[in-house]
Design a protein around this ligand. Structure first.
Ligand code: F0G
Length: 474
């Protein structure tokens, strides 16, 4: 709807995309000195995961569990029902999830990987294949732990950081169909469909693609489970980019998305605007019963699953807030704003910019470094040294090794993720980040790469340690 030109508030709201909130509590931050940061990254083995947060200025490590909660969420927390069984807070959360997602059964977990553990343990047997639109670290580990093999069926464009496509998270139906033909539907326990796709750069899946995946899978009797960590951001992209959805509220779009799935799991630490929590939601009564049987082994009673009553209150309230159009419009808009600043300075990033992060393309940023010297890991460390901005490697270190051959997985995408926490930083902070990355880009020749000196057996990116090859001139 077009606002009157004399309504300056409405015009500015539309054109400037200001924060749709104001601050009620703040946490001081400062960059410290470069000398201090050099020491800190050295002690952290050149791994930004191992830095102390007090040594960080602007923390873009992750959008997971780093949200600022609203006054209403805090108010709800005071009403948390901490009963061991049958908590009122669980009933509230269950009702909100049932209404927003449309699934009948809700099983709470402490976070996303708790949910992945339950689903993978129940559904996967040795020899199974699990198709997915690009791997995610924890998701794949749980599939492999249960004897399954992950198979990437995302469209080719997703592996090309420069390819323009409005829905780069889409599944390639031919890849999916040929997997079914090759291994047989009976060896595919489910299709794992992430919305949005984290490792591809926060790229969305279109409604049309979700519908088509659902139809193809149904024709083979394969259930579809959605990784809903960033499903609200995905719904917003559908509203903005897919014909026919412009006038539909994000909440309606989300509900339609989920109608093409048999269930979903969610790390609530992302789009549910909370610091901890997760759940699995499904329609199938038998599967729900199995999930409730297993949740008590790993997480807790089926009415809390590793969360406190107050956490479930905050989660339910958070989902209601994040599915408001004004919230998600600003959220995705802020990420795009950072992308635009970097684009203007000529810094190579993944295009189009996704929903939760801007990804620096380390291959183009540091073209002189081969993948064996961990360019993205080095770039994340260098960005921290020059500015105190903490980011995360999403390249060869995150990809880990093939469990059978022991070789590095060599992903085409060698990226550094600048992940924007929700409702935490302002556009001025985004300017600082863009300035830091642009200046580092000018000094890129001074970065000579890293050597890995400690490698843990799984999810190595969390705790691996590195040493610089030669002296960096930044
Ligand atoms: N699925 C996706 C797409 C995720 O991004 C994550 C976590 C998980 C599942 C696991 O959820 O952390 O609650 O156990 N991503 C975080 C990140 C760690 O930084 O991207 P969790």
């Amino acid at each position: 709807m077009q606002s009157k030109e004399s309504d300056i508030g409405a015009v500015a709201w539309r054109e400037l995309n200001p924060e749709p909130y104001k601050f009620k509590a703040v946490e001081p931050i400062s960059p410290g000195t470069e000398e201090h940061r050099r020491r800190a990254i050295e002690e952290a083995g050149y791994n930004t995961f191992l830095l102390r947060s007090e040594d960080v200025f602007i923390d873009l490590l992750t959008d997971s569990g780093t949200t600022a909660m609203s006054d209403r969420q805090w108010a709800h927390m005071m009403r948390g029902d901490e009963a061991y069984a049958g908590s009122r807070s669980f009933s509230f959360m269950e009702r909100v999830i049932q209404e927003l997602f449309g699934f009948r059964h809700v099983i709470p977990t402490h976070q996303g990987r708790g949910a992945e553990n339950l689903l993978s343990t129940i559904l996967i047997r040795p020899g199974h294949y699990i198709p997915g639109n690009m791997y995610f670290t924890t998701t794949r580990v749980h599939q492999e732990r249960n004897g399954g093999t992950f198979v990437d069926v995302i469209i080719d464009e997703a592996h090309d950081p420069a390819a323009a496509h409005p829905f780069k998270g889409n599944v390639d139906l031919d890849k999916l169909e040929s997997l079914v033909r090759r291994v047989g539907a009976e060896n595919i326990p489910y299709m794992s469909l992430a919305v949005t796709v984290n490792m591809a750069g926060g790229q969305p899946v279109s409604m049309q693609n979700m519908r088509a995946v659902h139809e193809l899978c149904r024709s083979h009797g394969i259930p579809v489970f959605v990784d809903a960590a960033r499903c609200v951001e995905n719904a917003y992209f559908i509203q903005q980019r897919e014909p026919g959805y412009q006038d539909r509220p994000v909440r309606d779009i989300l509900r339609e998305m989920m109608s093409y799935a048999d269930g979903c799991w969610m790390s609530a630490k992302k789009d549910a605007l909370v610091n901890i929590g997760g759940f699995v939601a499904v329609n199938d009564d038998h599967l729900a019963q199995k999930l409730r049987e297993l949740v008590v082994v790993f997480e807790g009673m089926p009415t809390y699953g590793g969360m406190a009553g107050r956490d479930m209150e905050a989660l339910a309230r958070g989902l209601l807030e994040s599915t408001e159009d004004s919230y998600v419009r600003h959220r995705v808009g802020q990420v795009e704003y950072l992308g635009e600043l970097l684009r203007r300075r000529g810094v190579p990033i993944v295009e189009p910019v996704g929903g939760h992060a801007v990804y620096l393309d380390a291959k183009r940023f540091l073209p002189h470094l081969p993948q064996d010297v961990f360019p993205a890991q080095a770039l994340a460390a260098a960005l921290y040294i020059v500015s105190g901005v903490r980011s995360m490697e999403r390249g060869i270190v995150s990809a880990g090794r093939n469990p059978e051959t022991g070789e590095h997985h060599r992903p085409n995408l060698e990226l550094v993720r600048l992940t924007i926490p929700r409702r935490v930083y302002t556009s001025r902070h985004m300017q600082v980040v863009a300035e830091a990355a642009a200046r580092l880009y000018e000094a890129r020749d001074g970065i000579t790469g890293l050597e890995m000196v400690y490698e843990p057996p799984t999810l190595r990116f969390f705790t691996a340690r590195f040493r610089p090859l030669g002296r960096w001139r930044l």
